[in-house]
Write a protein that binds this ligand. Structure first.
Ligand SMILES: Cc1cc2nc3c(=O)[nH]c(=O)nc-3n(C[C@H](O)[C@H](O)[C@H](O)COP(=O)(O)OP(=O)(O)OC[C@H]3O[C@@H](n4cnc5c(N)ncnc54)[C@H](O)[C@@H]3O)c2cc1C
Length: 385
């Protein structure tokens, strides 16, 4: 009899954990459980809809779903539909891959005003997540503040700045795309509390801001004066920061007014309060928190659930493979429990394939990669076939 492992969360870290487990023990049985009827976590619901190349990693994960020892169990929320304790009793090990996507609050007066959106709520809306169907009212939005200096801030600013043509090959939710295209946006400020050398943008993402058709990237040259990369930084960071400063110097030479939207980078600027009227929309991109899980024997965490909300999709691979080794060592001394299947009825891989097929067919009709099903009843109906 083979060991059975429950992986809770079908995001990248969950799939990489499954991959690591199967590499070490090809006979192991794996249930990948997710609260959504669709797999892939933030690759589907977080990664920007115009960065389809990044989303292509799901092809690897789809191959794992086709593995005979892997079962996808969607539409099962652990903590609601089944307890952690039950999983621990029945499975030989439990891997927590639930991520961490509760928006952090800015912590200043006014951060709860209706025009202030956390980045998760915002990107989940434009990525068609079924729990986030109501988006912001953009019909009178002229000025936008995007608070944060990481790639999520860049994603949010870019998707708001791009023209409908530039988004045409994306899988943005059509209603969100139409609302953004119709918004009278004139200015987008990307606001960082630290200096330009401390921004955590990656070079390619920052450089792309200089190539948008309807938005001109701007920086006040004075804000770059004296900006320098700290001598002690390790080489890759030094290179990244130096290149970022070069890109920003290029933006400083751009002419305001040369394109309809001013996309301005502001540094050393920490909002003290948010008031109605300064900006029509504020999107905070300042990190995430998340629900906890039982830290007991036989339960192993991976990905953002383990490390907190940092690291890219590839970061999760090495991390999950290392944890998979720990799981395999734990299993080595234990006889398989061989208990009953504890899970309630769920959406299986076939159900996901039906959703995938319906979405890609709807997309093909419009020349897009997919048009997502965005409400629970449709997702479940299509999954059932
Ligand atoms: C807005 C945004 C944009 C990003 N863009 C990029 C990018 O362009 N490139 C890049 O490399 N990285 C990007 N990242 C980072 C990347 O998405 C993460 O590194 C990665 O998704 C973390 O994987 P994970 O498996 O730990 O968590 P997630 O991807 O969050 O997966 C967690 C899964 O667990 C499920 N789940 C949660 N709770 C439960 C429960 N109780 N029961 C059952 N299931 C549950 C969720 O539904 C979800 O499917 C981005 C992140 C964000 C937030």
């Amino acid at each position: 009899m083979a060991h059975r492992v429950a992986i809770v969360g079908a995001g990248p870290s969950g799939f990489y954990a499954a991959d690591g487990l199967l590499r070490g023990d090809p006979d192991i049985g794996i249930d990948i459980i997710d609260r959504l009827p669709t797999p892939f976590g933030l690759v589907r619901a977080g990664v920007a809809p115009d960065h389809q190349g990044t989303k292509a990693v799901t092809r690897q994960f789809d191959r794992l779903l086709a593995h005979p020892n892997v079962r996808f169990c969607g539409n099962v929320e652990v903590g609601r539909d089944i307890g952690w304790e039950t999983l621990r009793e029945v499975y030989d090990a439990v891997v927590v891959a639930t991520g961490r996507v509760i928006d952090r609050r800015l912590g200043v007066p006014g951060d709860d005003l209706p025009h202030v959106w956390g980045s998760w709520r915002f990107v989940a809306w434009l990525n068609g997540h079924p729990d986030f169907r109501a988006g912001p009212d953009l019909s009178a939005v002229k000025r936008v503040a995007v608070i944060g200096n990481g790639n999520v801030a860049i994603d949010v600013a870019r998707v708001l700045a791009k023209s409908a043509d530039e988004m045409a090959k994306s899988d943005i939710d059509p209603q969100a795309g139409a609302a953004i295209a119709a918004a009278p946006i004139e200015a987008i400020d990307v606001i960082g509390r630290r200096g330009p050398a401390d921004a955590s943008f990656t070079n390619n993402e920052l450089a792309e801001m200089g190539r948008l058709s309807r938005a001109v990237a701007l920086v006040d040259a004075a804000s770059l004066d004296g900006a320098a990369v700290p001598a002690g930084d390790p080489t890759p960071e030094k290179l990244r920061k130096t290149k970022n400063l070069d890109i920003l110097r290029g933006f400083a030479a751009n002419r305001a007014g040369s394109k309809p939207v001013a996309l301005r980078f502001l540094f050393n600027t920490a909002p003290q309060r948010i008031e109605k009227g300064t900006y029509d929309l504020v999107v905070t991109c300042i990190g995430y928190g998340g629900a906890d899980y039982p830290k007991v024997k036989g339960v192993f965490a991976v990905g953002w659930a383990r490390r907190g909300p940092s690291g890219t999709i590839p970061t999760n691979r090495a991390d999950s493979h290392a944890v998979a080794q720990q799981v395999l060592s734990w299993l080595e001394d234990r006889a398989p429990k061989g208990g009953i299947d504890p899970l309630p009825p769920s959406t299986d891989a076939e159900g996901w394939r039906r959703i995938d097929k319906a979405e890609t067919a709807a997309g093909a009709a419009l020349g897009r990669p997919r048009v997502k099903l965005t409400d629970w009843p449709s997702l479940l109906k299509v999954a059932e076939g």
